[in-house]
Design a protein around this ligand. Structure first.
Ligand code: HEM
Length: 331
């Protein structure tokens, strides 16, 4: 519980610091230019470093941790999706994993019942909560393109229309804002309420969740309550994208809080567990076809070894083998 408190205090401190500092004229350029540029630089360098390091790790053979039948004899039915032997099968397996979290869908829960008896049961809430959170986050980010791209991409406009189909009040209420917050609160509640999950949770686990919650809450606050000047935000965002930063006057403190939290999230991402976003694509148990029986995979680390074949061995000991009455291949 202490770790959760520390993480929430750390996020609150970043938000407070940004909010207070944004009131000081001399510090605003730092918050508006240096912080986002710095975070972006750390994000790009960190992402490249992680991906390059992963891709350089040798994978000498196929690691087939699968629960499907491997392709072998024609009369044995192979699991083309569970244990794919072709690239197409791997793409399908990866696609379902990334888009629908297929392996999490099969998540089970173990508990000891009276008896004592070990019982496994369904555990679909984690899958649903995670899926709701990730999909809403993606849609929110794609909708944000209207703030940084001119002309606004059609996809962004379409998502805005679909997302706001409830047409509740003004500004229009986005369904993804509710789902994003609900998903994050569920993930946080699970981490705090489940004793086993709480036991293995580290500061960084809570920090990522509180940071995301802080970003989402400050965004929601800006849109529905504080009503920030979106034109001024877009002016700043566009100036940053063309590397000619200019600071509009009427940016509210809430925007600086949002930006500081987003920047912290971006800078921490490559060094945190949030890197699972990139790691999934480089995971050998997911991205390799299970074709061990169809193709010979030679370990690239193999160094030349001086072999002593059975024939040579028998040539050497044939007389002694015969004398001892042992069978030989060649007389
Ligand atoms: C991880 C990245 C980010 C996340 C998760 C995020 C999340 C959110 C959320 C949930 C909202 C509520 C309204 C909505 O859904 O559109 C919001 C609003 C907003 N965000 Fe972000 N945001 C992010 C990055 C940014 C960045 C980089 C900027 C600066 C250009 C920004 C500027 C804004 C503004 C101005 C609003 C208010 C929009 C309005 O009034 O319609 N956000 N954000």
């Amino acid at each position: 519980m202490k770790r959760a408190w520390f993480a929430s205090i750390a996020v609150a401190a970043i938000a407070l610091l940004a909010g207070v500092a944004s009131r000081i004229d001399g510090v605003r350029p730092f918050l508006a230019f240096v912080v986002p540029y710095g975070a972006l630089a750390i994000l790009l360098a960190g992402l490249s470093w992680r991906v390059i390091r992963w891709s350089r790790a040798p994978v000498p053979f196929r690691i087939a941790t699968v629960c499907g039948q491997q392709k072998s004899l024609p009369w044995i039915k192979a699991g083309w999706l569970e244990s794919p032997s072709s690239t197409l099968g791997v793409v399908a397996r990866m696609g379902l994993e990334v888009l629908l979290f297929r392996s999490l869908f099969r998540n089970t829960r173990a508990r000891i019942d009276s008896g004592p008896r070990l019982i496994y049961g369904e555990a679909k809430w984690l899958w649903l909560g995670a899926l709701a959170f990730h999909w809403s986050l993606l849609i929110v980010l794609l909708r944000h393109l209207r703030l940084v791209v001119q002309p606004v991409p059609k996809l962004s406009l379409l998502l805005e229309r679909v997302d706001g189909f409830f047409q509740v009040g003004l500004p229009v209420l986005y369904a993804t804002d509710i789902v994003l917050l609900a998903g994050l609160l569920y993930l946080l509640r699970r981490r705090l309420r489940d004793p086993q999950v709480r036991f293995i949770s580290l500061f960084t686990d809570y920090f990522a969740l509180f940071l995301l919650l802080g970003v989402a809450l400050s965004g929601v606050w800006m849109r529905y309550f504080a009503r920030v000047d979106v034109v001024a935000v877009k002016q700043l965002a566009l100036s940053l994208t063309v590397f000619s930063p200019s600071l509009p006057k009427n940016l509210s403190a809430w925007f600086f809080v949002h930006l500081a939290l987003v920047s912290t999230l971006a800078a921490c991402l490559p060094f945190s567990k949030l890197m699972h976003m990139g790691g999934i694509f480089l995971s050998p148990t997911r991205n390799l076809a299970n074709n061990n029986r169809m193709k010979r995979h030679v370990n690239p680390w193999n160094y030349p070894v001086k072999l002593h074949t059975y024939e040579e061995w028998e040539d050497e000991f044939r007389d002694k083998m015969k004398a001892a009455g042992l069978p030989v291949e060649k007389d």
